[in-house]
Design a protein around this ligand. Structure first.
Ligand code: URA
Length: 181
């Protein structure tokens, strides 16, 4: 309960942020799931559907992400799903500035939730959280330990929608998450 209230407070700060919406559109998409999550999934930035509804990962990539989560026996309610950038960027892709600003909010969310595993879905998530470029195609399926935290590297589900071989790879990566919990 304490974590739930603390996360609500952080999320209220994100809704009230005057910097986040600059150069972006729609409503804030702070994330959804449990404040007590053992696994957090981090994407890139909301798409159009998300920016209208205020909910993360509800479009096609989201359907795949949610399927992958259920495929390893977890429920969407027990994990937390969010992104480094909380609004739809005007040109779809977030800028470095968007990601660097979003990191401040994301880090606050992560320090409240304090999950066992932080799953980084693709390059933007990896840069957004670790502040370093990660070769996601090469290092997917691996754990990076940094500052006492465990980061699991995998692809963004959008890649799995484009190429069936990458969807297979995502399914295999996700199976590893269970063994880390
Ligand atoms: N891609 C993301 O990274 N986040 C969403 O919410 C939707 C698509």
């Amino acid at each position: 309960m304490i974590k739930k209230l603390a996360l609500e407070k952080v999320n209220d700060e994100i809704y009230a942020c005057m910097i986040c919406p600059i150069g972006k559109t729609g409503v804030a998409v702070v994330g959804e799931g449990s404040a007590n999550a053992r696994v957090v999934f981090i994407g890139e930035a909301p798409g159009k559907k998300e920016a209208i509804s205020g909910r993360p990962f509800i479009g096609r990539s989201g359907q795949l992400l949610r399927f992958l989560i259920r495929s390893i026996g977890l429920s969407e309610e027990e994990v937390y799903i969010t992104s480094p950038v909380k609004y739809l960027p005007l040109r779809g892709t977030p800028t470095k500035k968007d990601i660097d600003h979003g990191r401040e909010h994301l880090q606050r969310q992560l320090s409240v939730i304090n999950p066992k595993i932080i799953t980084l879905l693709g390059n933007v998530a990896a840069y957004g959280v670790l502040q370093e470029k990660v070769a996601v195609r090469k290092d997917h399926g691996k754990i990076i330990e940094k500052d006492g935290k465990k980061y699991f590297i995998t692809l963004h589900p959008a890649a799995g929608l484009r190429f069936p071989s990458l969807k297979k790879l995502l399914l295999e990566d996700f199976k590893k998450i269970n063994s880390l919990l």
